[in-house]
Design a protein around this ligand. Structure first.
Ligand code: HEC
Length: 413
């Protein structure tokens, strides 16, 4: 905390601005990264959905065409079975593009359609909670990042021919997939039979995300840095510079006790208000100082022209006034005695029985102040001098002080 307090205002502001910059940059980047990821995710979902719809419609269309044309399927026409067509086209297309699409099932008929570990789990989730359909998420496949999409397939009337009661199934099918071994019979309408599974490698997506992130980082940093720089300049110009001149002016006043000039007022804002207030204060102070100097001068004249020596001192004994007559009487100059103890001007033992004069004043009865006292003073050169003294207490309310009026005692006393 003390380190912080010892820092200059400019450094503090710079540190705060820098921290603000970092925090805002972090928040803004995190937010933008999330946004971009969400957009790319939505894009991937849309892509997968289109592929899936196309595959499903192809299957349905083919199914209708076969029925309409009364083409009976047999072992030689295995490649025309709609699901087979959809899967094979998917495989062919996958050679050209980077995505794959296929039908799969946990009760698969063709081992080529065996679900992988991810698909097995996803199929179970879909079977348990149909509300999840379709499942779309980022995942990994053999170590590479991928986007996965699974849409459930449900059994309708048209499927029962080959997936319902095996007795109803075409002969060739029963030959290839004997009912005792095949798990893909005995479905009923509405059952979930499997899913269309789409895999899109996200290397491309990740690259776009990274590129987007880099450019965002750059633009956002530049933007915030410019913002903070402008803010810093503004603060420097409107706050720090005027405060600096103000501090310099105050420093000058403390050093010289005078303030001649006026500071330039920059505007109507708080700083302008401060500078205006300072100027007004300076003027007032100047006027007051002048008055004070004037009254001090008059006071000095008064004491200087007095015929008696006048010495004024505080209750601590410190002398703060020593007029010209006193200088003549004791042989000291005023400068030599300012701040020195009053007792120094006297030979203590001679009249007071040992006690210093100031100590005696403290305990003196009020009457003591009305009396004329005969004392032995001590000059600068050490010679004694007989003196007459009267003492007054000046009680201004704040700080009382004493004034001693002294003159050499007439000879013979
Ligand atoms: C003409 C017979 C036939 C009809 C009708 C049929 N299927 Fe199939 N189905 C098959 C055959 C044969 C396979 C094995 C495909 C392969 O070899 O890739 C299969 C495989 C599947 C698979 C892939 C998993 C597995 O078991 O290998 C799904 C999913 C599927 N069918 C769903 C359906 C749905 C849904 C319908 C109705 C809309 C349907 N099928 C109608 C014969 C049929």
């Amino acid at each position: 905390m003390t380190i912080w307090q010892n820092l200059g205002l400019r450094t503090k502001i710079n540190i705060i601005l820098f921290l603000v910059l970092i925090v805002f940059l972090g928040i803004s980047l995190a937010w933008q990264y999330r946004q971009q990821r969400a957009i790319l995710f939505a894009e991937a979902v849309e892509k997968a959905r289109i592929i899936t719809v196309e595959a499903t419609r192809t299957r349905e269309y083919l199914s209708k065409q076969l029925k309409g044309a009364r083409i009976d399927l047999d072992r030689d026409r295995y490649g025309l079975i709609p699901v087979v067509v959809a899967n094979r086209i998917g495989r062919i297309v996958a050679e050209d593009l980077d995505y794959t699409i296929r039908h799969t099932s946990n009760r698969f008929r063709n081992p080529a359609n065996t679900p992988d570990a991810y698909e097995q789990a996803a199929l179970r989730r879909l079977a348990e909670d149909p509300g999840l359909d379709p499942i779309a998420e980022f995942s990994t496949l053999d170590g590479t990042p991928v986007f996965r999409y699974l849409q459930a397939a449900y059994v309708d009337e048209s499927c029962l021919e080959c997936h319902g009661d095996p007795q109803q199934a075409p002969r060739f099918l029963r030959d290839i997939y004997p009912p005792e071994q095949d798990a893909s019979y005995h479905y009923r309408v509405g059952d979930m039979i499997g899913a269309v599974s789409v895999v899109i490698p996200t290397g491309q997506i990740e690259k776009r995300l990274a590129a987007g992130f880099r450019s965002t980082l750059l633009t956002t940093s530049v933007f915030f840095a410019a913002l903070v720089a402008c803010l810093g300049l503004l603060i420097r110009k409107t706050v720090l510079a005027p405060l600096g001149t103000l501090a310099a002016a105050i420093g000058a006043i403390r050093k010289t006790g005078h303030f001649a000039g006026r500071l330039p007022v920059s505007g109507q804002d708080e700083i302008g208000e401060l500078v205006r207030g300072f100027n007004a204060m300076g003027e007032e102070l100047g006027a007051k100082t002048l008055q004070l100097e004037e009254s001090e001068r008059r006071f000095r004249l008064l004491t200087e022209t007095a015929r008696d020596a006048i010495v004024a001192f505080l209750p601590t004994g410190q002398i703060f006034l020593f007029n010209r007559q006193a200088e003549k009487l004791f042989g000291y100059t005023q400068d030599e005695l300012l701040g020195e103890p009053f007792d120094r001007l006297f030979v203590p033992d001679a009249d007071s029985g040992g006690a210093a004069l100031t100590a005696r004043i403290e305990t003196a009865a009020p009457r003591w102040f009305d009396e004329l006292h005969l004392l032995t003073g001590r000059r600068r050169d050490g010679t004694p001098v007989r003196l007459e003294m009267t003492m007054t207490v000046v009680d201004t309310g704040e700080l009382p002080f004493y004034t001693a009026t002294l003159r050499a005692a007439p000879p013979g006393e």
